[in-house]
Ligand binder design. Structure first.
Ligand SMILES: C[S@@+](CC[C@H](N)C(=O)[O-])C[C@H]1O[C@@H](n2cnc3c(N)ncnc32)[C@H](O)[C@@H]1O
Length: 268
């Protein structure tokens, strides 16, 4: 097997592990009494790769699972409030992974949920769902695209996305996997969408957390952007709210942590 193919396979494995690790955490949370989020589909995506990575992540960051659930809850709450404002027809999940909001958030019924991810991840997700449930969630529209390279807004439009309809974009657990050029390209693409008060939910880890990243390619490099709220403000997004996951875990679990991982709700 050529070296390029080996690298490609390893990249695919990493992507799969990063999506499955959050499923393993959501599965555990869903089994807890009074869970903060309820994901009855998470168990379908629990894999040995994901469990292995979760064990490694928890050794490094004992609070990791609580941070992931706090992030989900924060994004769910902002999405709920935005949809209650009315007129929202479309949700776009960038780097959708195993996100099952299309089926687990019942208030999204009747809206379209566009899920964008790399081909292998998207195909695997559809195959797992079809195999387990015999059908795909009716709101979900699957879009295979690399958000840093392809004309993904064009791909979204081809899949039925209407640019001048009010939408929410969820960019969860994605930007710290991208190269700086890729992040800029992603926000340039998003900049093509008309300014009609769309919601953007984004998270970013701090430099101190990146120091301990599991992926050796990212470890020690500064995250990009280092300050996601300022980056968005420079690009004419207005910040609705931002929070540190370490403070949200205090609110949700009564436990606060000092390691910085931002969640931001912005509008444009
Ligand atoms: C940590 S997972 C998060 C998945 C999901 N947002 C969630 O919270 O459950 C990161 C996801 O981003 C996807 N991803 C990474 N780079 C991407 C790219 N350039 N274009 C599209 N998706 C990408 C991976 O395939 C993976 O599914």
């Amino acid at each position: 097997m050529g070296e390029d193919r080996v690298l490609e396979l390893e990249k695919g494995r990493q992507a799969r592990r990063s999506a499955d690790v959050v499923s393993a955490i959501r599965f555990q949370e869903t089994q807890r009494g009074e869970p903060l989020i309820n994901d009855p589909f998470a168990h379908l995506f629990v894999s040995p790769e994901g469990e292995e990575m979760l064990a490694l992540a928890l050794k490094r960051w004992p609070f990791f699972a609580e941070y992931i659930i706090a992030r989900d809850k924060y994004f769910d709450d902002h999405l709920t409030a935005f949809c209650q404002e009315g007129g929202v027809r479309q949700i776009v999940l960038l780097g959708a992974g195993n996100d099952m909001r299309a089926a687990r958030l019942l208030f999204l019924k009747g809206k379209k949920v566009f899920e964008v991810d790399l081909s292998d991840q998207m195909r695997l997700k559809k195959a797992i769902l079809l195999n387990a449930l015999g059908k795909l969630p009716e709101q979900a529209v699957y879009v295979e695209a690399d958000v840093t390279e392809d004309d993904f807004v064009g791909r979204l439009v081809q899949a039925g996305f209407v640019p001048n309809e009010k939408s929410a974009f969820i960019i969860e657990g994605l930007i710290y996997y991208l190269k700086p050029k890729g992040v800029d390209s992603l926000f340039e693409e998003l900049g093509q969408i008309p300014l009609i008060g769309n919601l953007f939910l984004i998270d970013q880890i701090s430099a101190e957390m990146q120091q301990k990243a599991l992926d050796p390619e990212r470890r020690g490099k500064p995250p990009y952007p280092e300050d996601v709220a300022s980056y968005l403000s420079r690009r004419d997004f207005s910040i609705r709210e931002r929070a540190l996951l370490g403070n949200l875990t205090e609110k949700y679990y009564g436990k606060s942590y000092r390691e910085k991982w931002w969640v931001v709700a912005a509008e444009k």
